[in-house]
Design a protein around this ligand. Structure first.
Ligand SMILES: [Fe+2]
Ligand SMILES: [Fe+2]
Length: 462
C-alpha cells in the first residue's frame, strides 16, 4: 500500500466531508473535491478488492496501519465518525461515484437528521449503496475450533515464549552493564510470536495465564507482549505494526532499571518520595529506547505513555491539549494492568482473572479506552485459556480455549472429578450443555482456582 496515497485519501475524504457542510449543494468546490477524492479511492482499489478505514479510540486505522502522523489534522473527521457511531468503513472494488457521494452525504449530514432517518447504515442502504459498508468493529475473529492444533505447534509456541524471556534478560543485562543494547534477539522472538498468534492465539495466551505469577520476573514483560499482540491482531493491524507493538510491549518497563530495587520490592505503601522515583520510569525508559538502534518510534511512545490513563490522568503528567493517547499505549496499558494484577506484587497478592476483569471494567472509560477493553475481554474471556476452575459440580476443570459466544463458558476439560480424584486423561465437557428437564446448565464455573493449591502442575496441561 502506497502510504502517501493512503494519507492523501484520508485528507481528501475529510476535506470533501467538510466542504459539503460549508458550501451549498452543487457548488463547484464540492463537486471537484468529491471527484478528486473518488479518483484516489479508485487508484487505491486498483491493487485491492477492498479498502478499510477503522476508528479505534482516537486513532484512524487505514488498512491496518495507524495514521499517527496525520491524526491531529483529522480531528474533526474522526469526531464526526464517532458521533455517528461509525467504527468502520469498507470500500469495495467497483464502487460508483454516486455511491461515494452518498457516503459523503451521510458523513456531513446533521447528526439529528441522520438519527431520525434511522442511522448511517440504514440511510446508506436506502440509497441502494452496495459497495460501501459501514459498521461497528466486529467481535474478534472466531477462534478456530480445531480441538488440538498439533503438539508441534504448541511446542513451538513454548519455544518462542522462552526465546522472548531470554531476549529480555539479555537486554536487561545490556542496560545494567551499560553495554550497547542489542534488540535483534528480541525482534526475532517477537516476530515469531506474532506469526504464531496470527495462526492461533491460544497456545501463547495459555502460557501467559500459566506464567502470570511474579511481576518482577521476565515473564511479566513477555506476557504483556503476548496480550498486546493478541489485541492488535484482533484489530487487524498488519504484521509490521504488530512486530513493532510487540517489541514496544516487551520493553515498556525498562526505565524501572533506574529505580532502586528496595523501592520496587518494598512490601506495603510507598512514601510519596519513593513513588516520585517510580513515576520517572516511563520517561527514563523512553530515553533509553530513543538511544537504541533499530527501535521503532512506537516503542518509546508506548514506553512514555504506558502509565497515562485514558482520561489522561496518571503519570507522567501531560497536557490535556496533547490529544489522545497512541493506540499502542492504550493496548499495552490494558495488557500491563491485567498481567500485573494477575501477578504477585510486593504490595499485593495476585488477583483471580474474573476479579481482575471486574475491577478493570469498573474503571473503563477512565483508566482504559472502553471499546478496546471490551474487545480485550471478548478475546481472552473471563477465564482465559490456561485457567483452572472449580465448577458447581465440585469438579475442577482446565480452560483450554475461549468461547466467543459466552466468556463465562469457555471450552474446558475436567482434570479432577467431584470426589477429588485426578483424572488421567482429562475429558472435555460442554459448559453450554443444559439439562433437558429443567433447562438449567448442567455445569457452570463457580470460580477460578490456584492449581498449586490443588497439587496440580500447570505445565502438564499445556
Ligand atoms: Fe510501568
Ligand atoms: Fe509493567
Amino acid at each position: 500500500m502506497d502510504e502517501r496515497l493512503a494519507e492523501d485519501f484520508i485528507t481528501y475524504l475529510s476535506n470533501a466531508t467538510r466542504n459539503k457542510t460549508i458550501y451549498p449543494s452543487g457548488h463547484p468546490i464540492i463537486v471537484r473535491s468529491l471527484m478528486r477524492t473518488f479518483q484516489i479511492l479508485e487508484n487505491l482499489l486498483e491493487e485491492k478488492n477492498e479498502i478499510n478505514i477503522a476508528l479505534i479510540g482516537d486513532e484512524l486505522i487505514f488498512e491496518g496501519t495507524a495514521l499517527h502522523e496525520i491524526s491531529a489534522a483529522l480531528y474533526g473527521f474522526t469526531r464526526g465518525l464517532r458521533q455517528r457511531e461509525i467504527e468502520k468503513i469498507t470500500f469495495l472494488k467497483g464502487i460508483k461515484s454516486e455511491e461515494f457521494s452518498g457516503l459523503i452525504d451521510i458523513l456531513s449530514m446533521a447528526q439529528e437528521k441522520l438519527k431520525n432517518s434511522g442511522g448511517p447504515i440504514k440511510v446508506l442502504d436506502s440509497r441502494g449503496v452496495k459497495n460501501i459498508t459501514l459498521g461497528k468493529i466486529g467481535a474478534p475473529k472466531e477462534v478456530q475450533l480445531e480441538p488440538v492444533r498439533g503438539e508441534e505447534f504448541k511446542a513451538q509456541a513454548k519455544q518462542y515464549y522462552r526465546d522472548a524471556v531470554d531476549a529480555i534478560k539479555r537486554i536487561v543485562e545490556d542496560i545494567r552493564f551499560k553495554k550497547t543494547i542489542n534488540i535483534e534477539k528480541a525482534r526475532f522472538a517477537i516476530n515469531s510470536m506474532v506469526a504464531s498468534i496470527q495462526r492461533n492465539r491460544t497456545p501463547l495466551v495459555t502460557l501467559a495465564s500459566l506464567k502470570a505469577h511474579d511481576e518482577y520476573t521476565f515473564s511479566h514483560a513477555v506476557n504483556v507482549a503476548v496480550l498486546t499482540i493478541v489485541q492488535g491482531e484482533a484489530l487487524g493491524l498488519d504484521r509490521q505494526t504488530l512486530n513493532d507493538l510487540g517489541v514496544a510491549a516487551l520493553l515498556h518497563d525498562m526505565g524501572k532499571l533506574n529505580v532502586p530495587e528496595e523501592i520496587l520490592k518494598k512490601p506495603g505503601k510507598l512514601t510519596s518520595e519513593e513513588f516520585d522515583l517510580i513515576k520517572l520510569h516511563p520517561a527514563d525508559g523512553a530515553k533509553i529506547l530513543m538511544k537504541t538502534a533499530g527501535i521503532s518510534k512506537l516503542a518509546y511512545v508506548v514506553t512514555f505513555e504506558h502509565h497515562i490513563k485514558y482520561d489522561l490522568s496518571g503519570y507522567p503528567v501531560v497536557s490535556r491539549e496533547k490529544g489522545g493517547l497512541n493506540l499502542g499505549s492504550m493496548l499495552v496499558r490494558i495488557a500491563d494492568t491485567y498481567d500485573a494484577m494477575r501477578s504477585n506484587r510486593s504490595y499485593a497478592k495476585e488477583v483471580p482473572p474474573e476479579k481482575t476483569i471486574k475491577e478493570m471494567e469498573e474503571s473503563s472509560g477512565r483508566e482504559f479506552e472502553p471499546v478496546l477493553l471490551r474487545k480485550f475481554i471478548r478475546l481472552i474471556g473471563i477465564y482465559p485459556p490456561g485457567t483452572f476452575v472449580r465448577l458447581d459440580t465440585n469438579e475442577i476443570g482446565f480452560v483450554f480455549q475461549t468461547n466467543p459466544a459466552d466468556p463465562y463458558r469457555p471450552r474446558t476439560r475436567i482434570v479432577i472429578d467431584s470426589n477429588g480424584s485426578k483424572i488421567e486423561t482429562p475429558q472435555e465437557i460442554d459448559l453450554e450443555e443444559k439439562v433437558p428437564e429443567t433447562g438449567n446448565f448442567r455445569r457452570s464455573i463457580k470460580e477460578s482456582v490456584d492449581p498449586e493449591q490443588l497439587g496440580l502442575v500447570p505445565d502438564e496441561y499445556l
